[in-house]
Design a protein around this ligand. Structure first.
Ligand SMILES: [Zn+2]
Length: 245
């Protein structure tokens, strides 16, 4: 069965103290048979342009088994953000944009975040939004944007991260353009997502150490092959508009 990982990172994070190397990325996609990993910089990347370039190099090297998701602080100068989004979405064929509410201290409805929604609409790519505990990350804050940009697919990263799982599910049921990426979500919440909105659930892992954990959750739930294919492959293929696998 083909596998798309909707949420993985490359590089260093000076906010959350993480680091993922090219070797680790290439190692895990082979070990777990990941057909495509959608890879983004961490919010605390010291040089986001450099990480975008490294993701693009890996994309070429792997024949597009690695695809790029832009993750740039929307509070930086608008000219810089616009130029970098135009570059990665226009020339480097990145397939999505990230809004890191916690990492960049910006709520979805904050005017600073508007540029990310506008470029997602302009380039017809999905926008992934970090959800979970802490200020700025309550998924309910995404609702006004779902209504403002009905044509943009919005992916709730971590699907509320346990604490806001019910709100994330409510949004996915109410809005056609809201999807749930389920890394770090509780296994019992994942069971509810799969039962209630099977066509909205996307498999994601986030960190190398968390990859086996996310597969174990599907094992624990004894998900049918049909639903497994939706979560691991078909839903993400449609959301990210992936045509080569
Ligand atoms: Zn992440």
């Amino acid at each position: 069965m083909k596998i798309i990982d909707a949420h993985m990172h490359l590089g260093e994070c000076r906010i959350f103290g993480e680091r993922i190397t090219e070797e680790q990325l290439l190692g895990y996609i082979d070990r777990y048979g990941v057909a495509v990993a959608v890879v983004q910089p961490f919010p605390g990347a010291p040089d986001v342009v450099d990480v975008h370039n490294r993701i693009h190099s890996l994309s070429i090297k792997t024949n597009r088994r690695i695809l790029g998701m832009a993750n740039i602080n929307p509070r930086l100068e608008r000219e810089f953000v616009a130029k970098e989004l135009t570059r990665v979405l226009g020339s480097l064929n990145f397939v999505a944009i990230k809004l890191h509410t916690a990492g960049h201290a910006v709520a979805p409805a904050n005017p600073s975040a508007s540029i990310l929604f506008e470029y997602a609409a302009k380039y017809r790519v999905p926008l992934m939004i970090h959800t979970g505990p802490g200020p700025f990350s309550d998924p309910i804050g995404v609702a006004p944007r779902a209504e403002e940009f009905p044509e943009v697919k919005l992916i709730l990263a971590h699907a509320g991260f346990g604490v806001y799982a019910s709100a994330a599910l409510w949004l996915a049921k109410k809005y056609n353009n809201i999807y749930l990426e389920t890394s770090w979500s509780h296994v019992y919440d994942l069971a509810v997502f799969i039962r209630e909105v099977p066509n909205k659930v996307l498999f994601g892992t986030d960190l190398i150490e968390n990859v086996p954990v996310e597969f174990a959750k599907l094992e624990g739930l004894k998900v049918s092959d049909e639903v497994r294919e939706l979560i691991l492959y078909k839903n993400a293929k449609q959301v990210f508009n992936i045509s080569h696998i």
